[in-house]
Write a protein that binds this ligand. Structure first.
Ligand SMILES: *Cc1c(COP(=O)(O)O)cnc(C)c1O
Length: 365
């Protein structure tokens, strides 16, 4: 008998999150230089980060001997100003992963449940299971969230519903009207976590007025991240916007210094660089068109995406994934999302997309 044998069954049953393969790992395996490898596997920004964010990070490095501001005051003020929300509604996290988990840990215990969709972001079932709660997975409709079925799936013991909009890995988007109708149907005692990790990539008319909804729906929790369009995945910063009561509970539960000082400084500076976000969206829009055209030429089905990635149906996805690795291209198999015939490909620069399409044509031939 060891201490690990006494760990709760729901902890022992956890299957760890499967991240994209790191460039350094593939370089080692293939004996290739790192610069020859293209990673289109984790929805990172191919342009890197805003130079202003990098300069702020550099300045903050001088302070690393000191603990960061545990309240994240400056970043919260910057977010409050930019988003027009009260700082008491903001929870900062070590990536938005952190705030997703905090929302789960505030509400979920053994004997409760969380609702999420089939093919939805893997962190939702993981965070649910880590709390010992039951996951209710609702079948997808055309790969996207079936919001009517999700509202109907809410059980008496349900405390939380997770929605990714757009969803990762499918790239599907729920219309603002559908989301609003959903929020009206959910009992006020059930939290709705609306994960907007890719919101910066949406066109204005695709965007839900989610922050305006916070006052009408005190059970709404909106989460966002600096990992995707802002290009700061390696620094780990995300945030949640919620009712003051929910935000307070999440803030009490989080680690005292959950966001490091370099990340806080970089995120605050990144927020002010609107040009970088606009450029990132333009490059992504062009890349989505380039990939769509390329997939059509190859006769491949794909799921139209509102994010910075596309799920394309290649058939024997594991074989194609391996063959692409041998050509120095890292993409993401999504069999663990119930999509064994698809690969998820992050939109890269024009040159990276072209290289991906050429390699894909070769390995499919
Ligand atoms: C990438 C992603 C996140 C968060 O990533 P962090 O780096 O932890 O902020 C959250 N939700 C979805 C749907 C994502 O794809």
């Amino acid at each position: 008998m060891s201490p690990a044998d006494n760990a709760p069954a729901h902890v022992r049953a956890l299957a760890p999150y499967q991240p994209g393969k790191p460039i350094s790992e593939l370089a080692r395996e293939l004996g290739m230089p790192e610069h020859a490898i293209v990673k289109l596997a984790s929805n990172e920004n191919p342009l890197g980060a805003s130079p202003k964010a990098l300069a702020a990070a550099q300045r903050a490095l001088a302070e690393v001997a000191l603990y960061p501001d545990g309240s994240g005051h400056a970043l919260k003020q910057a977010l409050a100003r930019r988003l027009g929300v009260d700082p008491c509604r903001i929870v900062l996290g070590n990536g938005s992963n952190d705030v997703l988990e905090l929302a789960a840990r505030v509400l979920l215990t053994p004997g409760t449940s969380a609702v999420y969709a089939q093919h939805a972001f893997a962190v939702y079932p993981l965070a649910t299971q880590a709390c010992g709660a039951r996951g209710i997975e609702v079948p997808a409709q055309d790969y996207g969230h079936d919001l009517t079925a999700m509202a109907a799936a809410i059980a008496p013991d349900t405390r939380l519903v997770f929605i990714a909009n757009p969803n990762n890995p499918t790239g599907t988007l729920a219309a603002p009207e559908a989301l609003y109708a959903f929020l009206r149907r959910v009992p006020p005692s059930v939290a709705v976590v609306l994960d907007e990790a890719y919101v910066e990539y949406l066109d204005p008319d695709e965007r839900a007025p989610s922050l305006d909804w916070l006052t009408e729906f005190p059970n709404l929790v909106v989460t966002r991240t600096f990992s995707k369009a802002y290009g700061l995945a390696g620094l780990r910063v995300g945030y949640a916007l919620a009712s003051p009561e929910m935000a307070d509970l999440m803030n009490r539960l989080r680690q005292p210094f959950n966001v490091n000082g370099v990340a806080l400084a970089a995120a605050a500076a990144a927020l002010e660089d609107e040009d970088f976000i606009a450029l990132s969206k333009r490059v992504n829009d062009a890349g989505l068109r380039q990939l769509a055209e390329g997939f059509r030429r190859l006769g491949l089905d794909f799921i139209p995406s509102a994010g910075n990635f596309v799920c394309v149906r290649v058939g024997q996805a594991q074989r194609i994934f391996q063959a692409l690795l041998h050509k120095g291209l890292i993409v993401r198999p999504v069999a663990n999302y119930g999509l064994p015939e698809h690969l998820r490909i992050t939109v890269g620069t024009e040159a990276q997309n072209a290289r991906l399409l050429t390699a894909l044509a070769e390995v499919l031939a």
